[in-house]
Each structure stands twice: as C-alpha cells, then as structure tokens.
Design a protein around this ligand. Structure first.
Ligand code: ATP
Length: 203
C-alpha cells in the first residue's frame, strides 16, 4: 500500500468546462460517501426555491461579503454574472472537522488566489485528451447554446494555458472515463501517482 500522506490536505480540482469534472466527482462521492466533502461557498446571489442557508451556500449581502473579504476570511473569490462567490477558510475547516477530505472545484483565477494563501492543497488538473474532444463533450452535453459553447471554449483555453505553466501537482487526462476515475480515486485517497503528461491541446 503506498503512502497516503496527502490525504489531509485539501484537494483543488480544476480543468476546462466540459472536461468531466462533475462526472468524475459524482462517481468518487458515490463510491466513497463518507470520505470527502465540498466546502459550502458564500454568495451574494439570492437563494433559489429549495435552497437552504448553509447547505448549498451561505447567502450574504454585498456589504457583508465585502466585510468578510476585508477581514481575510476568503481563500478565493470571483464574480460571475453580477454576483460574488467565495470559499472561506472556515468552510474548508468545517469539512475536515467532519472527518472528511475537502475537495474544491475551482477555476484558474481561483487557483491563482489560493496559491497566495497558506492553504497548501494538492492541485489537480483534469485535462481533455484533445480540444476537439472537449468541444464535442460541451456540444453533446446539450446544456449549451452555440454562443455559450464558444465562450466556454475561450475560457477553457485560459485554463489550459495556466496548466501549461506547470501550475498543478498532478494532471489526469480524462480520455477513458474508467481510467480517469481510478486515478482520481487514488489521488483523492492521498496516494502519490505518476502524473499524466499534459497533451499538446493545440488542435
Ligand atoms: N472520459 C469521458 N469520455 C467521454 N465523455 C465524457 C468523459 N467524461 C465526461 N464526459 C461527458 O462530457 C460532458 C461534460 O462533463 P461534465 O459535465 O462532468 O464536465 P465539467 O468539467 O463538470 O463541466 P463544467 O465545469 O461546465 O460543470 C458530459 O456529457 C459527460 O458525460
């Protein structure tokens, strides 16, 4: 059995939209329902019907958000379509206090911000095998219009550029889903695996 020395560090997962992060994480959580947890983020967007304070999000006013930001409560924060979102140090701590490894699904800007903190997570990048495969997945998922596919692809290129700088500890290429699931499982359980080589992604 290889060492599991990383199992206490948070695991930050990033990768372009459509690469399969949600699919992989759903499978991991299904296989290990008690081992991992997501931190609850803060947001300034109003709750949707059925959403509960402290479950999907901590819902805060813009003023409260700014106050917490000033206090240094957040590991990373971002604005999406007019609303602010953030991950707090406390939210990550709550997951580990519940005896679970905290998994954070974070985009490149957030990863950059986390690197400025003392969180010391493992950074995992999920890569598509090719850009053509990524494009096809976004299209077949059926959740995107042509315009939003282009927008997601443009953002995807930024994620990939960042990965090319060597920003992550481990790369998993999501080519064969079973293989990628197995590698994610091993990383999540704290094993040090041989990283996949980042594909050229210039097609
Ligand atoms: N290894 C794979 N081979 C082929 N298709 C895959 C593979 N992994 C995931 N997919 C498919 O690709 C599509 C995108 O996957 P998913 O929604 O999990 O991506 P995501 O990275 O979570 O995207 P977002 O960041 O936009 O939420 C889905 O239709 C999924 O079924």
């Amino acid at each position: 059995m290889s060492s599991a020395k990383d199992v206490l560090r948070p695991l930050v997962i990033s990768g372009p939209s459509g690469v399969g992060k949600s699919t992989l994480l759903q499978r991991l959580f299904a296989q290990y329902p008690d081992k991992f947890g997501f931190s609850v983020s803060h947001t300034t967007r109003p709750p949707r019907p059925g959403e509960t304070e402290g479950k999907q999000y901590y819902f805060v006013s813009r003023d409260k958000f700014q106050e917490l930001l000033k206090q240094g409560a957040f590991i990373e924060h971002a604005e999406f379509s007019g609303n602010f979102y953030a991950t707090s140090f406390n939210a990550v701590r709550e997951v580990s206090q519940a005896g679970r490894r905290c998994i954070l699904d974070i985009e490149a800007q957030g990863v950059r911000q986390i690197k400025q903190t003392n969180l010391d997570p493992v950074y995992l990048f999920i890569s598509p095998p090719t850009l053509a495969a990524l494009r096809a997945r976004l299209q077949t998922r059926g959740t995107e219009t042509e315009a939003s596919t282009s927008k997601r692809l443009a953002t995807a290129l930024k994620e990939i550029e960042y990965a090319k700088e060597g920003a992550h500890n481990v790369v998993i290429v999501n080519d064969d889903l079973e293989r990628a699931c197995d590698l994610l499982k091993r990383v999540a359980l704290g094993e040090e695996i041989a990283s996949d080589t980042l594909p050229p992604l210039d097609d």
